[in-house]
Design a binder for this molecule. Structure first.
Ligand code: CP3
Length: 355
């Protein structure tokens, strides 16, 4: 199915082609800050029931687009459905975060992990993508995603969100063979999974490396970046007659941007700790940049949000290749009206940077 896109600003900006204004979407745009999301989650009964129902997952994917004039939809799912597909058991309880029922602890555990067939074990995601594409009618592109092998591995080994990553760091220090075997399997599984997302209709991809930033530089290169590079090399980068751009996001990765730009990614996600001007200098216009308003600024009144948006746009400066976003996911207690103010400010202020 080749369907013309009514709004292709996101795809153009990710390929550093000219746009009339800076495209904008929001990490975690479908989430708990929206009352309509909380209502649908309630109706689903659990987070996993929501993720595994294509109808409900499609519904929440489209909710932020009904409220705000955004330039992209992002698949509603989670990076940890990979742990579910590998048979380790995933649940997400209100206020507790994700739990893996059977964490990976030993070399034997890693050896027993399957590389899941996405058409079988992750069918619900592929069906959701196809349904979202039908419901979008080409209004905006759909972003698919996966976690980086390192970040998914942190949850599979720790069993939950961690503050010190003691277990996986232990595995890394103890002789990294087991950890490399796990990461290698996750990379292979993720290549199959993301290619299946493209075949189902994803028009851009994002790889979330939320925890790469906790590593020492040599460890980041060996245990996180190398596996993301493998994934990039294994992806079909063309679909429906267009490039499928890939965004790489390592939270806390500001010091590694030039190495990240050398992986073959089309764009880098930038967190709020580094200025876009510095990120642009570091990457020398080899990639597009996405970000990076501090999500905490959205707790301020709209009068304070507008100058914050202006600072981000000015920091990137004149020219194409910028996708406006937050530096990390929108926080659950954010007022949706403040999000509306941010999006409106991008619409009003950004055309000047493309004239
Ligand atoms: O951005 C979107 O709107 C698409 C959906 C999406 C979710 N998770 C839905 C979700 C995406 C892209 C993710 C990615 C994800 N999941 C990451 C990487 C991005 C990041 O934020 O760093 C990570 C680390 C996870 C793992 C995860 N899933 C955590 C830590 C939690 C609980 C804490 C939290 O931030 O909410 C989840 C659950 C989750 N995934 C929720 C949502 C909307 C909240 C679940 C609920 O309804 O209670």
């Amino acid at each position: 199915m080749i369907q013309a896109l009514a709004n292709d600003r996101l795809l153009r900006a990710l390929s550093r082609e000219p746009v009339d204004r800076t495209p904008v979407w929001i990490m975690r745009q479908a989430g708990r800050y929206l009352p309509e999301y909380r209502a649908t989650r309630e109706r689903a009964g659990s987070f996993m029931a929501l993720c595994t129902s294509p109808e409900l997952a499609c519904e929440v994917t489209l909710q932020p687009l009904a409220r705000f004039p955004l330039d992209a939809a992002i698949l509603f799912s989670d990076i940890l459905v990979m742990a579910h597909a590998m048979g380790r058991g995933l649940s997400v309880e209100e206020g507790e975060g994700p739990r893996i029922a059977r964490p990976v602890a030993s070399e034997a555990d890693v050896r027993s992990l399957p590389v899941p067939d996405p058409d079988d074990k992750l069918r619900f995601v592929l069906d959701t993508i196809a349904l979202i594409r039908r419901e979008l009618h080409g209004r905006v592109p759909l972003i698919g995603f996966a976690g980086s092998p390192w970040t998914v591995a942190t949850y599979m080994v720790e069993g939950r969100s961690s503050v010190d990553f003691a277990r996986i760091r232990g595995l890394l220090q103890a002789g990294p063979r087991t950890l490399h075997a796990l990461l290698e399997k996750l990379a292979r599984a993720t290549i199959r999974y993301l290619n299946a997302q493209i075949a189902a209709g994803a028009q851009a991809l994002m790889i979330f490396d939320t925890w790469g930033g906790v590593l020492a530089t040599p460890d980041y290169l060996e245990f996180s970046l190398a596996y993301m590079e493998q994934i990039l090399a294994g992806l079909a980068r063309q679909s429906e007659g267009r490039r499928v751009p890939v965004i790489l996001f390592t939270k806390g990765g500001g010091i590694w941007l030039s190495r990240m730009a050398a992986t073959g990614a089309d764009a880098l996600g930038i967190d709020w700790t580094i200025e876009l001007s510095a990120a642009r200098n570091a990457t020398g216009d080899r990639v597009a940049l996405q970000g990076n308003l501090d999500p905490a600024l959205l707790h301020q009144p709209p009068e304070a949000i507008r100058p914050g948006v202006a600072r981000v746009l000015e920091s990137y400066g004149h020219g194409h290749g910028h996708v406006f976003n937050l530096g990390h996911g929108v926080q659950p207690h954010t007022d949706p009206e403040h999000v509306a103010a941010m999006v409106a400010a991008v619409h009003e202020l950004s055309p000047a940077f493309h004239a």
